[in-house]
Write a protein that binds this ligand. Structure first.
Ligand code: AMP
Ligand code: FE
Ligand code: FE
Ligand code: ZN
Length: 280
């Protein structure tokens, strides 16, 4: 078993990059990838510790992408090395936009009678600040009882303190991954919220745009959906990948490598990605 979709304190996870590597070893995983949202800041640390620990490792990223459909589109990128200068230039623009968005959300919350400050968020976040940090702070300050309630009442898309994020188009995100020597993979297709016919069609479009893999194995995919995606990767000649989307205490029900309990990501997923990267 391997886990190719995880988050660290560099984005909205609660484990440091090095701690993720130690945990992966302890859990007996055969390989790990770190895929923080919009930042490469955790990769060097995880990469170096994975070398020391002898754990096969891939550097990764998860980028939110513009999508006109009902759900949301996240793109994963996988790389051999943590030196990703061309990608970092693109990400810096996203990070600047995130800072402005965070300030706007703080203002909207204030107008709703919720008093929080940027420095309080910075204490919680350690890395890039996102809505899960807002949710935790709202719990800590007693405005809501749980992070879920914070999303429901204030932070989810459509809720009163929500501010949309600046997004790349799929073309921009895919090309920024290629420019940095990486492989673009569609994350958790379930969140696109398309029916099977629409999804089949969209996967064909994404293949045309240069996508090379699909996250077939995922915590929130049913067995039936997983089988459907497996037939789609075969049909389209894409690489099947998989991961839990581990966030530590920010998604407490999801376990590294196991998801909600019965996730199994075959080692072959890691090897296929690695072979493809080595051919670059
Ligand atoms: P952001 O990038 O700041 O928009 O935050 C996105 C992150 O918030 C996702 O990766 C999830 O971890 C979390 N998230 C988004 N929507 C919800 C929700 N309805 N309930 C709980 N967590 C959520
Ligand atoms: Fe997240
Ligand atoms: Fe995601
Ligand atoms: Zn994720």
């Amino acid at each position: 078993m391997v886990d190719l979709h995880t988050h660290s304190t560099a984005s909205d996870g609660t484990f440091r990059p090095s701690e993720l590597v130690y945990l992966a070893k302890k859990e007996g995983l055969k390989a790990l990838a770190l895929t923080d949202h919009d930042t490469t800041a955790g990769l060097k640390e995880a990469y170096e510790v994975s070398l020391e620990e002898g754990l096969p490792f891939l550097c990764g990223i998860e980028i939110s992408v513009k999508f006109d459909g009902p759900g949301h589109f996240h793109l994963l990128g996988y790389f051999m090395s943590p030196e990703l200068t061309p990608l970092e230039e693109t990400l810096r623009a996203l990070q600047d936009a995130r800072k402005r968005r965070n300030e706007l959300m703080i203002e909207k919350l204030r107008a709703l009678g919720v008093e929080i400050t940027l420095s309080e968020l910075e204490e919680i976040a350690q890395g890039e600040i996102g809505r899960p940090h807002f949710a935790r702070l709202l719990v800590e300050k007693g405005y809501v009882k749980t992070p879920d309630e914070a999303f429901e009442k204030y932070l989810r898309k459509g809720a009163p303190a929500y501010v949309p994020k600046a997004l790349l188009t799929p073309e921009e995100a895919i090309s920024s991954i290629y420019k940095a020597g990486g492989i673009p993979v569609l994350a958790h297709p379930v969140t696109l919220k398309l029916n099977r016919k629409e999804l089949s069609h969209y996967l064909e479009e994404l293949k045309e745009l240069g996508i090379r893999g699909i996250e077939v194995y995922y915590s929130e995919h049913t067995g039936e959906f997983t089988s459907f995606l497996l037939s789609e990767v075969k049909r389209l000649g894409l690489i099947p990948t998989g991961g839990s989307d581990f966030h530590g205490a920010n998604k407490p029900d999801i376990k590294l490598g196991r998801g909600f309990g019965n996730l199994r990501v075959p080692e072959e997923c890691f090897q296929s990605l690695k072979r493809e990267l080595e051919m670059f």
